[in-house]
Ligand binder design. Structure first.
Ligand SMILES: Nc1ncnc2c1ncn2[C@@H]1O[C@H](COP(=O)(O)OP(=O)(O)O)[C@@H](O)[C@H]1O
Ligand SMILES: [Mg+2]
Length: 304
């Protein structure tokens, strides 16, 4: 600093950086709900070249960057997130969820390994590699193939034999890592979808399995409330997983087999579309915002 002519910069006003990637309805709905709770929000598009710098000017951060960014050609958002996680932690800027949760968002294999090592039930993994490196002889059928960094059930299929596996692999993009898992049979014909808020089960739903063998909003699955009747064991598994992966917010897809509840998908970022409030019967982005707002006021209170 020039001591004769010091330039005093006003300290930047405290702000909560909402890290986003794809201008989804849910990102803006979440931000509006935060504003309604008097949280000073700064939207940061993680595709911006200066995204990391912009995020570091914030007091606290919350990530809405999903695994599916890569499928939209937004790999840069992931690279920026990984860079930011390192420096934000060193700078003492808290993130909801934590950076380690983001690493699970972008690799299903990582989640399977962590949960499996802790004794939770997870599917057997037959392979995790780019399509041209997957040896069909290492697979057992039926199995499921999906991008390791995926989402929205894109490029996901049930494979019933060698011929189907070969056809899928030949047509698959070569720049994508796929994970191949044993196909788990749901004992009652639905996938259990659990929304986590504040590390606890906030909403549980039965999501129907479509004729293609998949269960997803994107294949037209239907939803049914399951909060009251979901077994305690299933809730416990989800809350243990949330603690292990550091998910304050997020969701799990669970397949309740004849043997036990298996966690098949770990999402550190839950996306909902505009019709979801009606479809699901609750306002998830408002609940996320209420949770993050409480974390914000706790953090800025500590700073005073
Ligand atoms: N191991 C599995 N056994 C049976 N079905 C699975 C398995 N893994 C995924 N699926 C089916 O595929 C769908 C999409 O897979 P998922 O891991 O949830 O990926 P996404 O990130 O696309 O949501 C699941 O909702 C489920 O219906
Ligand atoms: Mg899923």
């Amino acid at each position: 600093m020039d001591k004769k002519n010091p330039v005093f910069e006003a300290p930047a006003a405290p702000s909560l950086g909402v890290l986003y990637e794809s201008s989804e309805w849910s990102d803006f709905k979440f931000a509006m709900e935060l504003c309604a709770r008097d949280v000073p929000v700064r939207m940061i598009d993680m595709e911006r070249p200066d995204a990391v710098e912009a995020a570091l000017a914030c007091t606290m951060l919350t990530s809405r960057v999903p695994a599916s960014a890569v499928a939209r050609g937004h790999a840069r958002s992931h690279a920026h997130m990984l860079e930011l996680i390192e420096v934000a932690e060193a700078a003492g800027i808290p993130m909801v969820n934590t950076g380690s949760a983001f690493r699970y968002e972008i690799s299903k294999l990582r989640g399977v390994r962590t949960l499996g090592s802790a004794g939770l039930c997870v599917p057997k993994v037959y392979a995790c590699a780019p399509a041209d490196k997957i040896d069909v002889h290492a697979l057992s059928y039926p199995c499921i193939i999906k991008p390791d960094c995926g989402g929205r059930s894109a490029r996901t299929a049930v494979l019933r034999d060698d011929a189907e596996a070969r056809a899928f692999l030949v047509a698959a993009p070569q720049d994508t890592t796929f994970i191949v898992e044993e196909f788990l049979v749901a004992r009652a014909g639905y996938v259990t979808r659990i929304e986590i808020v504040g590390g606890a089960c906030a909403h549980i739903q039965k999501r129907s399995i479509a004729a293609c063998g998949l269960s997803s909003y994107h294949v037209g699955s239907t939803y049914e409330a399951y909060d009251d009747t979901c077994p305690r064991e299933v809730r416990d598994v989800a809350e243990r997983a949330a603690a292990l992966l550091g998910f304050e917010l997020g969701s799990f897809d669970v397949i309740e087999t004849e043997r036990a509840p298996y966690i098949i998908d770990t999402n550190a970022m839950t996306n909902v579309s505009a019709d979801c409030e009606e479809l699901l019967g609750f306002d998830l982005m408002a609940e996320h915002a209420a949770y993050v707002a409480a974390r914000w006021f706790e953090h800025v209170g500590k700073l005073r």
